[in-house]
Ligand binder design. Structure first.
Ligand code: NAP
Length: 202
């Protein structure tokens, strides 16, 4: 698949590195000529502007800080036709006014009915390695378009997660709250980033 990852920080680079053996991945950045972009190109990443990356992709992954989401989404043309995987978390930046979640704001601003929320509920170390011994971590996925969810689920499996369908995009606020809880436990309650939630079933 052609995948654009917008934002090349901890998460964007990790997702890109894990997907690029099987997909055509391009990182969409603010400055493709910057030192950081040159270093990423040296690691084998395709780099482009945000618009250039989005134009070339059927799946656009948002991996920018929550504070940048509105300007990125509103400033990028053609997103209405794309599957958008929203990995962002409104933690220090609040959920935009008038919305229950960042993902629903992304759907409204982009005009896309294929927005999926996932890969946001846990830390970068867990995205890097979603295994705790024999236990495989889940990635909960919500969205209103079945094809978009199933493509996100396949990408989640490639990262090493067990995908779990968590319903429609109106559940995105639950997944964003899970991220807040994870951050609270990891960084404010002293448990550290090597922790994870797991859905148990019997
Ligand atoms: N870190 C985690 O454990 C984790 C886990 C799950 C979800 N998330 C969420 O994932 C998102 C990214 O987190 P991160 O840890 O990867 O952050 P990060 O390391 O700070 O990276 C953010 C990236 O976004 C880029 N960016 C900022 N504004 C941009 C814009 N207007 N256009 C294009 N790119 C822009 C930055 O580029 P510059 O270098 O140009 O500033 C940077 O490369 C956040 O919303 C976060 O809440 C994070």
């Amino acid at each position: 698949m052609n995948i654009a990852i917008i934002g090349a920080g901890n998460i964007g680079e990790c997702l890109g590195r894990k997907w690029k053996p099987n997909h055509n991945v391009i990182l969409g950045v603010r400055d493709p000529e910057s030192e950081k972009s040159t270093a990423l190109a040296g690691k084998g990443f395709n780099i482009g502007t945000v618009q250039n990356a989005a134009d070339r992709a059927e799946i656009v992954v948002l991996a920018v800080p929550a504070s940048a989401v509105e300007s990125v989404v509103k400033g990028t043309r053609g997103l209405a036709n794309k599957i958008i995987i929203d990995v962002t978390n409104p933690i220090s930046t609040p959920v935009p006014e008038g919305f229950q979640s960042m993902a629903e704001a992304v759907a409204e601003w982009s005009g896309s009915s294929k927005v999926v929320k996932t890969f946001n509920q846990t830390g970068s170390a867990n995205l890097e390695n979603p295994k705790y011994g024999d236990i495989v971590l889940d990635t909960l996925i919500c969205g209103d378009d079945d094809e978009a969810k199933s493509k996100a689920a396949a990408l989640g499996k490639e990262l090493g997660f067990e995908p779990v369908d968590a319903g429609g995009l109106d559940n995105a606020s639950l997944l964003e709250s899970m991220a807040k809880l994870w951050v609270t436990l990891a960084f404010f309650k002293g448990k550290g980033p090597e922790i994870a939630f797991k859905l148990l079933k019997r």
